[in-house]
Design a protein around this ligand. Sequence first.
Ligand code: NAD
Length: 272
Amino acid sequence: MTIRFDGKVAVVTGGAMGIGEAAARKFAELGAAVAILDRDAEAGAKTARALPAGKTRHAFYGCDVAVPAQVQKVMAAVTAEMGGIDVLVSNAGIQRYGDVVGTSEELWDEVMGVNLKGCFHAAKYAVPAMVQRGGGAIVVVGSVQTFTAVGNSAAYVTAKHALLGLVRAMSLDYAPQKIRVNCVCPGAIDTPMLRWAASLAPDPQKVMDTCDRMHPLGRVGRPEEVANAIAFLASDWASFITGASLLVDGGMLTPTGGMGFQEGGTGAATKQ
Ligand SMILES: NC(=O)c1ccc[n+]([C@@H]2O[C@H](COP(=O)([O-])OP(=O)(O)OC[C@H]3O[C@@H](n4cnc5c(N)ncnc54)[C@H](O)[C@@H]3O)[C@@H](O)[C@H]2O)c1
């Protein structure tokens, strides 16, 4: 058996760049029709156009996952225009920094709105379409911060922890409908988000070097390495896996102390 998604429709939130873009390309390469949902219309449309087409067609849908009416509208459009939804990759996320005292109400709500509630919205409006198809798979992009904390990242860490609760709850609720729900938890991955986080420090290269050293494999990950794990969890190869989390972290959380390199790491970059 090889992993293929011929005849399937995969929806990827935050698919314009980074891990989402790699996941969109992976599903397209494996035969799926891909719907990219992103709030960056220019980058999203460009990424959708660049996907390998073959016999399938791909599409971009402008959408802020934090806004339920927008998510509801685009999921309905994907279902009508692409024929249904088989796979949802809930990936859209933002990184913001601050401890609890230094985090404004607005920033807390922004992070929760995108990173946690955005996943709730995406699943809420994709699951009925999956049920119509007789089953499906949801893969949520968590983080090593689903299991551990870094300093100065209270809202982000909280949202990423909560996502695993949502994954587990949904895995139980939708198992009878043959919808599997799992979570991938990446270490530091070389994406626009990581480069932006590093750029906040006086010496971005030092941050990138520190990020390399945080992983026993000696380097940060590549987006396609996370996309491979996402495709696996969405595929029939993972047919008996649900409610699970899969670290894609180059061994980062294995040593005692886990993410021990706080000096110069991205979370430390903005802490006075
Ligand atoms: N890069 C890392 O080191 C890393 C590590 C662990 C987890 N993650 C997680 O992986 C996911 C993807 O991260 P990335 O590094 O590829 O980020 P990125 O910033 O490079 O790309 C994120 C994409 O999501 C889109 N997006 C952001 N907010 C959105 C919203 N409200 N609605 C719709 N689209 C939105 C952006 O426009 C962008 O296209 C995030 O959930 C992030 O928390 C990243």
